[in-house]
Design a protein around this ligand. Structure first.
Ligand SMILES: [Zn+2]
Length: 247
């Protein structure tokens, strides 16, 4: 659930405010892969969380549907990937043009609810994480452990933490502060990024605290009715917990 952060050429507005649904931005470049903007509210796939979908609105009212968001080849680069069959509209885009970048908020909210729920799960299962995937329809978290897990007990534990309505916050800490407290690192598969001098720390008071660049709800109460739908033994030392929204 961690994510790479280096000082970006693109202003990543979602890092400070995950509740922003749109922003005005300038086009930096358009190529076969997609559209790059000078600032964006679109979260690029990373740290296990799916990329955002949405649309770019031009001043003349035309729209470009965005199917996905990915990181580019250089650190801090974000590519807005257009949906198919929009070549004519894309050909009209010019660097410097102003657009309104608007995410599919309903979809993102599902990502944020699931993502925050995975932090609650980390609080309930005190084992290292060695895999994570967060989509709009399910989330899964792989724990490095061989003990059995109880589906109903975990669902009840999540419901309790949701009902307790804990605030969810982030703050930036220095690399040195992270190095001084190895207990902050829960993930085996994604090491917190080094080099930029600071790391984004996600904190749910009294519940969970770990480096994370993803998007979260502001209070655990907003996670709503999330349940454990499946527990799988993926290997001798891997237990996979799958989350879904209650029907
Ligand atoms: Zn997170």
């Amino acid at each position: 659930m961690s994510d790479i952060f280096v000082p970006p050429p693109v202003d990543e507005l979602f890092r400070e405010d995950s509740h922003l649904t749109e922003c005005v931005a300038r086009i930096v470049a358009v190529d076969a892969r997609g559209v790059r903007l000078d600032r964006t509210v679109f979260y690029p796939q990373g740290g296990g969380q799916a990329g955002d979908a949405g649309e770019l609105l031009r001043a003349d009212g035309t729209r470009i549907a965005i199917a996905d968001t990915r990181k580019g080849d250089t650190p801090g680069e974000i590519v807005h990937v257009p949906a198919a069959e929009q070549a004519d509209t894309l050909a009209q885009l010019r660097p410097g043009d102003t657009v309104t970048a608007r995410i599919d908020w309903a979809r993102r909210q599902r990502h944020m609810r699931f993502h925050t729920a995975t932090h609650l799960l980390c609080a309930l299962v005190p084992h290292p994480v060695d895999g994570c995937s967060i989509t709009a329809s399910y989330a899964r978290l792989d724990f490095h452990m061989n003990e059995a897990l109880d589906k109903d007990a975990l669902t009840a534990g999540i419901a309790r933490l949701v009902a307790e309505a804990h605030p969810v916050r982030h703050r930036w800490i220095a690399d040195a502060e992270l190095d001084a407290d190895p207990t902050l690192v829960r993930s085996m598969s994604v090491q917190p990024p080094r080099g930029s001098g600071r790391v984004r720390l996600l904190e749910i008071d009294g519940v969970d605290r770990q480096p994370c660049g993803g998007t979260h709800v502001a209070n655990t109460s907003e996670v709503g009715a999330v349940v454990v739908t499946k527990i799988e033994k993926k290997s001798a030392m891997t237990r996979r917990v799958v989350l879904g929204f209650a029907a």
